[in-house]
Ligand binder design. Structure first.
Ligand code: ZN
Length: 177
């Protein structure tokens, strides 16, 4: 129904370079958000979960480094606008979901949702990939995201679920920034 897509309309990456550039942006954003979550948990004196988020941030940052090396990039390439179907790269935890009274359990739920979105994203990309190199790269990244999902689930399993009153505060609640 539509005209052939232009280079700037890259909802589906056509080349390995395009795909990897998008994946790189995603990994870098994800690392940043995990560091934000770690900061939030440190404010609550929850060092364990803060440490867990730092570890996740490290994984995502390492991922980004690997992509740079694999592609022989010395600089982060620009990603065409419109590269993402949604407003946020799929792996990022939206800032407005970070509540100031958030317990580790909630932070972990956000992380889980982000990792599941990332896994689904790469899974879908593998399905629609038009080149074998993109398909292969998408499957590899999907498997690594699946490992992240498992990791977060393991943390959730040992994290107590807060009671239903967790967000009650005598002072009017406000969201963090
Ligand atoms: Zn991940």
């Amino acid at each position: 129904m539509s005209q052939p897509t232009t280079k700037t309309d890259t909802k589906t990456p056509q080349t390995l370079e395009e795909f990897m550039a998008q994946a790189l942006v995603m990994e870098r954003e994800a690392a940043q958000r995990y560091n934000d979550l770690a900061d939030a948990m440190e404010i609550h004196n929850n060092r364990d979960v803060a440490q867990m988020f730092r570890t996740m941030a490290g994984y995502e940052a390492k991922h980004a480094e690997q992509i740079m090396q694999e592609m022989n990039w010395v600089e982060v390439p620009g990603v065409p606008t419109g590269a993402w179907p949604a407003m946020e790269p799929p792996e990022s935890v939206p800032h407005d979901e970070v509540h100031y009274l958030m317990h580790p359990w909630h932070a972990l739920q956000l992380a889980l949702a982000a990792e599941e979105r990332a896994r689904e994203f790469f899974d879908q990309l593998a399905l629609v990939a038009t080149t074998e190199s993109v398909r292969k790269a998408a499957l590899e990244l999907r498997d690594e995201e699946a490992e992240h999902v498992a990791l977060v689930l393991a943390w959730i399993a040992k994290t107590p679920k807060p009671d239903a009153q967790w967000a009650n505060d005598p002072d009017p609640p406000r969201y963090v920034d």
